[in-house]
Design a protein around this ligand. Sequence first.
Ligand code: AHN
Ligand code: ZN
Length: 330
Amino acid sequence: MKKTINRKIGYLVLIIGLAACSAKSVKHSEDTTVEEASIAVPSFDADSAYAYIERQVAQGYRIPNTPAHRATADYLAAELARHGASVEVQAGTVTAYDGTELSIRNIIGSFSPEKKNRIFLFAHWDSRPYADNDADKSKHRTPIAGADDGASGVGVLLEIARQIGQKQPDAGVDIAFFDAEDYGAPYWSRSTDEETWALGSQYWARQPHKPGYRARFGILLDMVGGAGAQFRQEQFSEYYASGLVKQVWNTAKRLGYGHYFIEEAGGYVNDDHLYVNRYGIPSIDIIPCYHDTESGFPAYWHTVDDTMKNIDRATLKAVGQTVLTVVYEE
Ligand code: AHN
Ligand code: ZN
């Protein structure tokens, strides 16, 4: 009996081993067995990502022109550098929907900057100054903690940076934390101008951190930590980078995360990836999309309930392991 079980486990290990190598061995059929072993994908540590999210939320509201915002920028730049990235902090001024001049910082960490084959990973790091989707109208001018909306994408990318620091993938990777994504016009401003959102990535697209910067593709992580999140296929992503949408959703399915990455169309979301796409890097947005909430986003979106209590390590693992796998298989 025991022998049978052992043999079964043995076969299981063999099958998993073959499955793990199959993608790469097709692409590089001339590679030796030794080189194939080097493509093993690191294990994404969801506890680490969770701690990175907690750390950002503990810093306070990451709203441009505030001390907590400046302190967070310093922390994020230092953390990328600690993991071995060459860091550029792009400081600038943009004009908000109400005419306020915002001091912003886009933070970009580059791994293996000499490599031509590059992947661009990004998230916004600011948090919204208004809980203008809260059921309680008296909260609409209160800032949100932005545990999911902002901090989650950055937390996953910091953990990916930590993994890359320990073991370089074949591709060069650039990780950008964009500022002022979430300072868009609230309803009381009477502006419906979509361009009041994503000010940091718009700034970067006009003036990239390196002139003529190129990457093969980009992946945006936005609100990737909510318990039971469902990532449907966002439609600007489908328009600009349908092959990458398939690659990411197939990778998730292969890893057993098909219940997070649903193969259905989501809505069109005006987000940082739109400006990276217009700049010329085909990019997708991993973002929850629902048909049963008014906003199409999770119920706590832009409310005072966007706190750590919604953040689930299992979701962070699903997203982090999927993106890490895509990165290491390129
Ligand atoms: C708008 O609501 C216009 N865009 C959604 C992008 C977003 C906001 N992501 C996080 N917060
Ligand atoms: Zn937001």
